[in-house]
Design a protein around this ligand. Structure first.
Ligand code: ATP
Ligand code: MG
Length: 415
């Protein structure tokens, strides 16, 4: 189906802003109305509602008696004048679209320029097209979590802007040149140990920050870790995040979280309640991926993933995971015969402290899995080689900004 056809399909409406120039050649009758950006910005600076201190005017004497009795607002909802003064969202037309960074099966992320400041930003279009029950809670959680978790190593949210219809809502973020997944595939050689330490310290400090604010990310993976050309990591994609202190519904927390390869064993085994430890397992998988320059568990399905985990760590025992047998799906799994873990062997080129940190992250029992705050103090980070200063990281061409790579052995050429 062409993009133009997509535009016309009611379930995947796009604003004029996010379709290509040639795609906008649609009949005039179907074009969205022209926006009057000037009048919008006037609205945003001068609220047209009476100020709280203003007394509501008395009903006109000439009004009929029935009209006089009708309240001006629901008695259950405070009048608008009692709400905090909210500014309306700006229009997506405040930004000039430059290129699309990533078009997945659900959403699109664009690189754009702020017309007022000239800043380069990233706009993520929220997945609202199929929504029938109003603004989805997941989209609210994404915006809310990004706002709650502001930190040097969490992608910065600038504002939320709107397109032509109610289903066109975009999160505006700082533009970050790379995601770690793309970077790992195009880099000619893996990161150095000193670089991995810096990246891990940044990741752990972002995760500790989110967990301190009661936010579980629930989708940590290398494609959700952005990295700028100054050696700084930013955790992104809070699309599956939620507060973990909130009451949990009767069905428990959903198991449809965390991309398979990074999913903790307690989720794979159907745990109805889980916590910050699920993020720490994903951090362990990311640590291993940085060392190996390829994902640790490239499984096709859940059973294959479990058997890969059992092979690397040895099958769980009553000693290593006392609660294993209480998990809903434990009875359906036949454990392989006891075997020695292969972790040490697989990562023989890192120090004992490095293997120790990895095994504390990839610990079966979520109760005993290391927390982000504890991991930040692990001796791995204070032994030689020491973490590299972010300023000393090399820079790479940014695929997201349309810069091209050409790989030749041991070198990356930029075009
Ligand atoms: N602020 C940003 N700056 C630059 N690139 C970004 C930014 N945010 C996201 N991206 C790019 O867009 C991709 C998709 O973004 P994100 O993960 O937030 O969306 P998503 O639709 O939830 O993706 P998925 O479901 O595939 O995880 C990222 O992997 C990254 O390459
Ligand atoms: Mg993502």
């Amino acid at each position: 189906m062409s993009d133009t056809a997509d535009y016309l399909t009611p379930s995947r409406k796009r604003s004029r802003w996010d379709v290509d120039e040639e795609d906008t050649q649609i009949p005039l009758s179907q074009q969205p109305p022209k926006r009057r950006s000037k009048s919008r910005s006037t609205i945003s600076s001068v609220p047209d509602h009476p100020q709280p201190q203003q007394k509501p005017s008395k009903p006109e004497a000439r009004q009929g008696s029935s009209e006089r009795r009708r309240p001006t607002h629901s008695i259950y909802v405070p009048p608008r004048t009692s709400h905090p003064q909210l500014q309306p969202s700006r229009s997506v037309y405040s930004y000039e679209r430059l290129n699309s960074i990533e078009e997945g099966s659900y959403g699109v992320v664009f690189r754009a320029r702020d017309k007022q400041t000239g800043d380069i930003v990233a706009l993520k279009k929220l997945k609202l097209d199929e929504e029938k029950n109003g603004f989805p809670i997941t989209a609210l959680r994404e915006v809310n979590s990004l706002m709650m978790c502001k930190h040097e190593n969490v992608v910065g949210i600038r504002e939320v802007v709107v397109g032509d219809t109610l289903t066109q809502v975009f999160i505006v973020m700082d533009f970050i040149e790379h995601d770690l997944k793309t970077l790992l595939t195009v880099m000619p050689s893996p990161f150095l140990q000193s670089e991995i330490k810096t990246l891990m310290l940044q990741l752990l400090s972002a995760v500790a920050h989110c967990h301190d604010r009661w936010i579980l990310h629930r989708d940590l993976k290398t494609s959700n870790l952005l990295m700028n050309n100054r050696g700084t990591i930013k955790v992104a994609d809070f699309g599956l995040a939620r507060r973990y202190g909130d009451p949990v519904g009767v069905g428990g927390l959903t198991q449809l979280v965390v991309t398979l390869w990074y999913r903790a064993p307690e989720i794979l085994l159907g745990a109805k309640e889980y916590s910050t430890a699920v993020d720490m397992w994903s951090v362990g998988c990311i640590f291993a991926e940085l060392l190996l320059k390829e994902p640790l568990f490239e499984a096709k399905g859940e059973i294959e993933l479990l058997s890969m985990i059992f092979k690397l760590l040895g099958p769980p025992t009553t000693h290593s995971w006392p609660d294993y047998h209480t998990l809903p799906l434990a009875k359906t799994i036949s454990l392989p015969p006891p075997q020695l873990p292969q972790l040490q062997q697989k990562f023989h080129y890192i120090t004992a402290a490095g293997v120790d940190l990895l095994s504390r992250l990839l610990t079966y029992d979520p109760e005993r899995r290391i927390s982000a705050t504890e991991a930040l103090k692990h001796p791995y980070f204070s032994e030689s080689p020491f973490p590299k200063h972010p300023d000393l990281f090399g820079s790479f061409p940014s695929a997201a900004a349309g810069e091209k790579y050409v790989l030749v052995p041991d070198r990356v050429l930029i075009f």
